[in-house]
Design a protein around this ligand. Structure first.
Ligand SMILES: [Zn+2]
Length: 311
């Protein structure tokens, strides 16, 4: 993985900025203040840092750089290091620890930790169009991870965090940190995220029983009887939750090996990171550099307010 970091955009700030400009302004340089496209002039000369532009709109006349309105804005960490961290995060299937990035890039552990959380925030998907649709199959399941603050470790899962996941076969994934596996916590998320024409597959839990009335089709597997699921003879559909189990195995291995100390407050960001990599995975024709491209596009306009805004 270190060989990747030989790319000059990860060491040279001007190259990094130019790379970012090419991606973010692929359709023309946009003024972040007034929104006008291709109506600005580069400010040259010793007074100005490279990459500074002035809007030519008579009412605006504001100056801007490519990082205005992004998580990179006003950061003390060089842009090239931000891009290197971003790349390391998207290139490793199970993720990479802040310790490892801190060692590879030579920036303080604390700054690395903040930087990585900001990048995770940038990977979070906002309000999205529903997944699935006619002819598509979405598996739904939940898993348990970590330990809730102040809860004693007991048998069962009461002390753990609940993650609800929806994964479309051959498509993308969305995960949510939910309060419990109760119907009232789980169903609103499913309704808000799935097209009604979707064929859904779950286990036999009661909370999912009414999905058959709300979606095109609902198959529920009784894992106590059908250990590996079954094939529906009429439709030929393999009724199982293998896809979601595959996703959870990547997520759990990643969280265990790389992210030992994940507090409740940050779980949704780790989920965003794993979802992002899975939804933009090589099997879907998305390779590392392209994944970095897509992530950069997701960063525009997203800001995260931590107590320490200037890292
Ligand atoms: Zn403007």
């Amino acid at each position: 993985m270190s060989a990747i970091l030989q790319n000059p955009i990860f060491t040279d700030n001007d190259k990094a900025r130019e790379w970012l400009e090419r991606r973010i302004w692929a359709a023309g340089r946009i003024c972040p203040h007034c929104g006008r496209i291709s109506y600005s002039t580069p400010l040259k000369g010793e007074k100005h840092r490279p990459g500074l532009y002035q809007c030519n709109d008579a009412k605006c006349r504001e100056q801007f750089t490519v990082t205005v309105g992004t998580v990179f804005e006003r950061s003390k960490i060089p842009l090239s290091k931000w891009l290197a961290a971003l790349f390391l995060m998207v290139a490793s299937k199970k993720g990479v620890s802040a310790h490892q990035v801190h060692r590879m890039l030579g920036i303080s552990y604390k700054s690395t930790w903040f930087m990585m959380h900001r990048l995770r925030e940038a990977m979070r998907q906002g309000a999205l169009a529903p997944m699935g649709g006619a002819g598509s199959i979405v598996e739904i399941d939940e898993t348990f991870i970590g330990r809730k603050a102040g809860m004693p470790i007991k048998r069962g899962t009461n002390h753990k965090h609940v993650v609800l996941t929806l994964v479309e076969r051959g498509g993308s994934v969305r995960s949510f940190h939910v309060d419990s596996v109760k119907k009232e916590d789980v169903l609103p998320i499913i309704r808000a995220n799935l097209d009604r024409e979707t064929h859904v597959i779950t286990d036999e839990a009661k909370r999912y029983a009414q999905l058959g009335d709300e979606f095109a089709k609902h198959d529920a597997i009784d894992y106590s009887r059908e250990e590996y699921g079954y094939t529906d003879r009429k439709t030929g559909v393999n009724v199982n939750t293998n896809t979601i189990e595959g996703y959870y195995s990547i997520f759990k291995r990643g969280m265990k090996g790389v992210y030992q100390h994940c507090s409740e407050k940050h779980l949704h960001r780790y989920l965003a990171e794993f979802d992002f990599r899975y939804s933009n995975r090589s099997a879907l024709g998305c390779e590392d550099m392209e994944r970095a491209d897509r992530m950069v596009l997701g960063i525009v306009g997203k800001r995260l307010t931590y107590r320490r805004p200037h890292i």
